[in-house]
Each structure stands twice: as C-alpha cells, then as structure tokens.
Design a protein around this ligand. Sequence first.
Ligand SMILES: Cc1ncc(COP(=O)(O)O)c(C=O)c1O
Length: 470
Amino acid sequence: MKFPAKGTERSMVMAELETARKNDVRWRDGRAFSLVFYPGHEIYEVVKEAYGLFFSENGLNPSAFPALRKFEQETVSMMADLMCDGSASGNLTSGGTESILLAVYSAREYALKHKPGLKEPEILVPTTVHPAFDKAAHYFGLKIKHIPVGPDFRADVAATAAAVTDQTILIVGSAPQYPHGVVDPIRELSSIALSHGILFHTDACVGGMILPFFRKLGRPVPEFSFELPGVTSISIDLHKYGYAAKGASVVLYRNSSQRRSQFFVQTTWPGGIYGSPGILGTRPGGSIAAAWAVLKHLGEAGYMGLAKSVLESTDYIRNEIQAIPGLRIPGQPHASVLAIVSDEMDIYQIGDELAVRGWHLDKQQDPPSLHLTISYAHEASREQFIRDLRECTEKVRGSIGSRWADLQTAAARALSKILPVSAIRFLSRFTSTEGKRQAAMYGMIGSLPVKGEVDELILDFLDRLYSLDK
Ligand SMILES: Cc1ncc(COP(=O)(O)O)c(C=O)c1O
C-alpha cells in the first residue's frame, strides 16, 4: 500500500473503520470467550468517557500530569488493599505481560544484588503458566524450568520442591492458570520459596479481580495473595475482570526494594535525566484514567454484582456442558475459566463449527480442548451458546461434514510425517489466517515431531499475519 498522497474525509474514514470490523467477533453479544470483557453499556460508557478525557496525556512524566500520578498511586493502593496488604507497593502497567516481565526482571535484579555467587539465575514455573514468563526469561537471559503439573492440572508441589537449586531466584504459581482455570497450590508453593529465602510470584492476571469477590459470595477460593507470607509479588489485570480499558494491569511487591529493582534510570543522556518505572516509555494517560475511574465507579458493591452474574453463568455453562454426551471439563476450575475436552470426537472440529456460527473459543493442546473465559457479557448469550454447542457436537459426532474434516486432518497429519518442514510451511500458506476452519491445521501441528519445526511454522505464520494480504 502506498502512503496516501491526499487525506480522506472524516466520514469516509469512519465508514471504512466500521466496514473493516464487520467480520470481527461480536463481543458485545457475548460471542468471545477470551480477549474482551464487556461490563454492559452503562459501565462501558464510564470507562470510555474517562479514557477520552485523558487520551492525549502521557504518564511518562508525572510532574507534568499530577492527575495521572494520583490515579496510578490510588489504583495501586486500592489493589494492594484487595490483595490483603495495604502497604504493598507497585505500578500500573500496560497489561499482564508487562506486569509479568517487570516481576521477573525485578526478581533478577533483586537476586543479583542480594545473592552473591549467582551465575545462572533460573525461575521455576508450572507447565501451565502463561507464556509471558517464557518471554521474560528469553528477554532477560534467565533459565526457565517447566515443572509438570499433576493429574488435576495444578502445580506439583513435591516436584517443585525437588527442582529448587542455589540458582533459583523465583517460583511462580497462577490464580488461576489460563488453560484449565485451576488455582495452583499457592500456599504450599510460596512456603517452599519462603523456606529457601527466594521470591514467589502469584500470577493473578486473570483471577485478581474475580476471585476475591467469588470468595465474598461464599465460594471456596484458595488463598493466593499477600495473606500468605511467602508471596512476594502479584500481577493483576484490570483490563480483564476489572473491566477497565485495554492497557491496564498492576504489579505489586511486598517490599519497596523489590519495586526499586524494577525501575530504570539513565542519568547522562543529553536529553535530561531519564527515569522510567516500567517497560514502556510513553504511557497512555487514557488507560490509566479509565482504570482508576472504573474502580471508583464500581467499588466492591459493583464488582460483587458483576461477579455474581459471572458465577451464575459459569455454573450454568459448566453444568450444561457436563450434560452433553461426549464432552467433559478437565480438572476442577476454581474461577470462571474452563476448558472443554472430548474423549470421543475431535474437539477442534467442534470449535470450527462454533466459529462458523460466530463464537470465538481458543483452541488449546495437551489435552486438545477449547477455552472459555466467562465474563459478564455471557449472561445474555449463555443459553444460545449451549444450544449451539449441543448442535455442533451432534453434527461432528455423525455428519458427513465431520468425516470430511476427519479426512482433511488425517491427510494433513500423514503429510506432516513425510514432507520436509519447508513443504509444510508452503502448504500452511493456503490456510487462511482468518479462516474459521482450522482443525486440520491444528491436527498437523500436533503431529510434527520436532519442536523447532513447529516454532518455524508459527514464525512463518506470524510473518504472514503481520504482512499486507497480496
Ligand atoms: C494467567 C494469565 N497471565 C497473564 C496473561 C497475560 O496478559 P496480557 O494478555 O494482558 O498480557 C494472561 C492472558 O490471558 C493470562 O491468562
């Protein structure tokens, strides 16, 4: 595409924006089971208005914008209170990944300062932990050990204890983890860390803004926050169950010297003395203001109301799935995140059928499953979802369409065994990036024997995804 020589009239730009989104998932109608958290029109408008008021302001320099400083300080303080330690310190970040990158980076800096003789710092994570931890280890040159989880998909405490060495700087658990929605045994894991004098991070990116309210509603929720003495840092996303605008999460530390290890300064730059708390330089004022505004607007009572709806939708969806022959839910999810597996059918084909009907559910592996993060928007869509899931399951169980998809998957699997990876990469170009039917592609990826080959395939895919369609 050439750089436009002339501008385009506002109304036409707006019309093009609207046209471009016509194939996007209809999240307002509760069609997305991840990615978007819609709290309904009234709250959405409050968030949008707050964002709009501060959308040009820059959180990079709080002395120019004391308002943003106040919003950040107060947001962090409210979250510290919710996480059971009002004196914890922290920062607002652009999302779960930035909070996690910072927690891992500060753990490295903190350990390097306090642990002489550290040569190859490593972090211990369950295999189900979010890939942001792998990204952090990759970016910051740390070793990462993935500890297999137990049959209930929760972190294995004994295996974690056995994996600790004198190079371990951080242990991680999730509340809950993304793939199956179970909360790791944070009490036991964090006490291993405490007994070795190392740091422990709870990834509550998903659960931090829903589990405390589920507990208040009477659900048994395992401890995961600063109520446990071994927990030294926590990540909580406000742009998930906080229903804030995208670009808002909080990273909290038990003590301020941990947070200090997260900061970056450059004092000899001709442009002045530069200090920044996180990974970003310029920080969008809109998402900072909107995060503060939604916490203030809803308060505990408002979040309890939203959580009650999420709890009812989760119970309804879970019970209905369990009543559909051939489907089941792995593990015992503690929150409002769950997976669907099938021991009889190709669950990816069921996912494809649902996608054709406008539902967005991520495909997962080990075991093959579909992902559901249930939020407020599903109050309106849950019954239709179950009707469609039932019909799609029946279709895949018996139809010719399913046998054709089976054949495609089998052919792709067979091809992947005999063709060199370069040929598979070539073939994968014919799988539309926006296509609703991906079961065959997933089946093929599942049969590639060497991890490096899968990595190459996905790198090709990303290359193509972020290039202009030809
Ligand atoms: C458990 C968990 N941690 C961290 C993240 C990363 O959050 P973000 O996508 O905001 O970077 C996610 C995202 O889904 C998650 O589920």
